[in-house]
Design a protein around this ligand. Sequence first.
Ligand SMILES: Nc1ncnc2c1ncn2[C@@H]1O[C@H](COP(=O)(O)OP(=O)(O)OP(=O)(O)O)[C@@H](O)[C@H]1O
Length: 260
Amino acid sequence: MITVEDLHKHFGGFHAVDGASLTIEAGSITGLIGPNGAGKTTLFNVIAGVLEPTSGRVFMDGEDITGLPPHTLFHKGLLRTFQIAHEFGSMTCRENLMMVPGDQAGERLWDTWFGRKRIANEERALKAKADEVMEFLTIEHIADLRAGQVSGGQKKLLELGRTMMVDAKIVFLDEVGAGVNRTLLYTIADAIKRLNEERGYTFVVIEHDMDFIERLCDPVICMAEGAVLAEGTLAEIKANEHVIEAYLGTGLKNKEQVGG
Ligand SMILES: Nc1ncnc2c1ncn2[C@@H]1O[C@H](COP(=O)(O)OP(=O)(O)OP(=O)(O)O)[C@@H](O)[C@H]1O
């Protein structure tokens, strides 16, 4: 579904992504792990159009999507979750879901000129959709709370919920488990699994919590120093000598580059 070919992202002389090549299979929940600074987030940002690659290509279902902006990728069903922006904290959780842009922005504008009734109907449909999303994620009780007031884990579920307001095909999740309590972490894991099984979402998940990875991800891709080091089941990855070394090592290569 997604093929990354020899991707590089340099920040000055620093090679954050340094020749990464990988494939994300449709229908998978692929885990992306690796020591701090391995380049996971940078890779995500390049795939999701947030950062331009220095070189290399990204394909989605055979189509070259390298460097396309996030909103174009969004309409192709490729989404990266973002933290709920500070300025949306004063809106309710339901409103945060309802404002996710739909597919028919042009039609909406048309509606504002020609059909108040149609707008009202559309608003009702959006609200129903938001409520259905919150029910799926078992957070219907926070619908009317301000997004800025809910817990970290509930915010993560809300971020996931935003991907459900559009027809996402592939969703990139960056550390959804960080700072979330165990119970909510399992709720998030369960929602990801159900979205994958019941709605056909493909996920790519960056996560440091190995328990979370073990519950969800197959295959697991391990990055180190900007490139893919190993791929396989979590058990295979954990037994891989190079992976063990990378987690213990210090990433000397890039340090030399920065120094030089
Ligand atoms: N905008 C930037 N400018 C300069 N260096 C950057 C920039 N973004 C990331 N880096 C560097 O690139 C390297 C890779 O960062 P990245 O966040 O992609 O790693 P990561 O694998 O996601 O790490 P972590 O697990 O700690 O989040 C890091 O050393 C980081 O400091």
